[in-house]
Design a protein around this ligand. Structure first.
Ligand SMILES: Cc1cc2nc3c(=O)[nH]c(=O)nc-3n(C[C@H](O)[C@H](O)[C@H](O)COP(=O)(O)OP(=O)(O)OC[C@H]3O[C@@H](n4cnc5c(N)ncnc54)[C@H](O)[C@@H]3O)c2cc1C
Length: 480
């Protein structure tokens, strides 16, 4: 059996490793960029780090004793993925600089076309194309008039000098907060343009000492135990809290955020500007050891007047003020509803993904789509996305996908896709459960679909584990 994996980020690398371990030899990865790493290749802004502990934000089978911090910087994470890919020989299977532009299921196989004109066929296709991948550019009047440097946080221009200059950051999410904390002491003036205030969960980010790292090296079992403990902690506390807005765990999180705001911000006026009008974790929770300290520096300003337009010299706010800037950073997030699009995907009988998803992306258990046989997604629509490790999520998903692949290999069927009925039933249950989550409690966020319904996994993490443990074959249509 031949596999094509689209994307060589965390999920694509993982898929290739697990397929090879299961004995599948014919595996090719397509990566449109010239380097692997996905998110961690593209996001190189100052201050970038994971906000899930590094010892959990690792593959379970590749613990890393060398993490420098509890939340390690992005460059280290990129190097980790490169190292793992090299160790498992994945890098040799990647076609770099080759974007898959079209795939069609015809005659029982997937036919792929790439931008370079290359063609390929595969029995199974895995879309590991990422969820936070397509930068979201805000619709602000005059953006193109700006005469300083202007870029999205995922397209950082390292040729632009920052020290001693006037920097504007549009946005208040996790990325914006990391940038502000990293830059404030280097620049002449830092203006953060806030549309919505964010709750900030305080989390120290201590460095691991050489002695601690040596101990991790000496005792791999201790490292594995740490992973298991962190995983348990996150699934029992955070992920269970967000799916039940009335839970005691949620209250603990809210209390911690409120206390952080009350105790850390001295000026009552600034404190009120920073106080969100919705519940903590309704939007993705910002984790930071020092954001409140950073925004209180004398050269920092939280601008809440609302952006009127961008002009040649800076940002004009609705109160008529011009904020003069040398650099304007758009930390405005990603279009989280794109998934493998704009790739043209054509399933059985000429069915187009664009049509199947014309209203919004839908998938059975976030992995597969009716009418698109032998196509599986990692971190697809409605999967668990939030303040926990997406690596853990992807590992559970690939273990599930492998079981379907083994079914195909056994010859018990040649094509497998979820039934319309199972998908509709799952989706209806998901939408109902979403109403009880913290994401439904009245805020605007990228978790919400066009109807305002949270698009992420609304059940407990234990349920996700249980669903991923073994496919329910009655939910699938099997052909051949
Ligand atoms: C700033 C930032 C911080 C984050 N921090 C955390 C964190 O702390 N913890 C956490 O769990 N998650 C975090 N995430 C989420 C992060 O995206 C995932 O953890 C993970 O890296 C996703 O890996 P992926 O392989 O699924 O997708 P990606 O990393 O997005 O990789 C997708 C790859 O597919 C390629 N690709 C896409 N389409 C095509 C095509 N048509 N043809 C060929 N190649 C294609 C892309 O070029 C890319 O390399 C963060 C995300 C961002 C943006």
């Amino acid at each position: 059996m031949r596999f094509a994996i689209i994307g060589a980020g965390m999920s694509g690398i993982l898929s290739a490793i697990k397929l090879r371990e299961a004995g599948f030899r014919e595996v090719t990865l397509y990566e449109k960029a010239d380097r692997l790493g996905g998110t961690w290749r593209e996001n190189t802004y100052p201050g970038i780090a994971c906000d899930v502990p590094s010892h959990l934000y690792s593959y379970s089978f590749e613990p890393n004793p060398e993490w420098s911090h509890r939340f390690s910087p992005g460059g280290e994470i990129q190097a980790y993925f490169e190292g793992v890919a090299r160790k498992h020989g994945v890098d040799r299977r990647i076609r770099f600089g080759d974007e898959v532009t079209r795939c069609e299921f015809r005659g029982g196989r997937w036919h792929l076309e790439t931008k370079s004109g290359h063609r390929d066929e595969a029995d199974v296709m895995i879309a590991a194309t990422g969820v936070l991948h397509h930068p979201n550019l805000p619709d602000i009047a005059g953006l193109s008039d700006f005469e300083g440097a202007l870029f999205h946080s995922a397209r950082w221009d390292h040729a632009v000098a920052l020290d001693g200059r006037r920097i504007g950051v549009v946005g208040t999410g996790s990325t914006a907060v990391q940038i502000v904390s990293a830059l404030v002491d280097r620049v002449a003036k830092l203006s953060m343009f806030q549309r919505t205030a964010q709750w900030v969960m305080p989390q120290e980010n201590p460095a691991y000492s050489e002695a601690e790292r040596a101990e991790f090296r000496r005792d791999p079992e201790a490292l594995r135990a740490l992973y298991r403990n962190l995983s348990e902690l996150f699934s029992q506390s955070f992920s269970n809290a967000v799916v039940d807005a009335g839970s005691p765990q949620m209250k603990l999180i809210e209390d911690a955020c409120r206390l952080n705001l009350e105790q850390s911000v001295r000026d009552p006026e600034l404190r009120e500007k920073l106080r969100p009008s919705y519940r903590a974790a309704c939007k993705r929770l910002v984790i930071s050891p020092d954001f409140y300290q950073a925004i209180q520096r004398p050269n920092a300003e939280l601008v809440t007047a609302g952006i009127e337009r961008v002009e040649t010299g800076g940002v004009r706010t609705r109160d008529g003020r011009l904020h003069e800037l040398d650099v304007l950073v758009l930390a405005t997030g990603f279009r989280a509803d794109r998934f493998m699009r704009p790739t043209e995907v054509v399933g059985r009988g000429g069915r187009r993904l664009d049509d199947a998803w014309s209203e919004r992306p839908v998938a059975y258990l976030s992995i597969s789509i009716p009418g698109f046989p032998n196509l599986f997604m990692l971190n697809g629509p409605n999967g668990p996305v939030g303040n926990f490790s997406l690596i853990e999520v992807a590992e559970l998903q690939i273990a599930y996908i492998l079981q379907l692949a083994l079914l195909l290999r056994s010859g018990r069927c040649r094509e497998i896709s979820p039934t319309e009925e199972a998908t509709a039933r799952f989706d209806a249950e998901r939408v109902e459960a979403a109403k009880r989550t913290i994401w439904s409690t009245g805020c605007r966020s990228w978790y919400l679909d066009d109807r305002g319904i949270p698009a992420s996994w609304p059940f407990t993490f234990d349920r996700f584990r249980a669903e991923m443990a073994a496919p329910k074959l009655e939910a699938y249509e099997r052909v051949g």
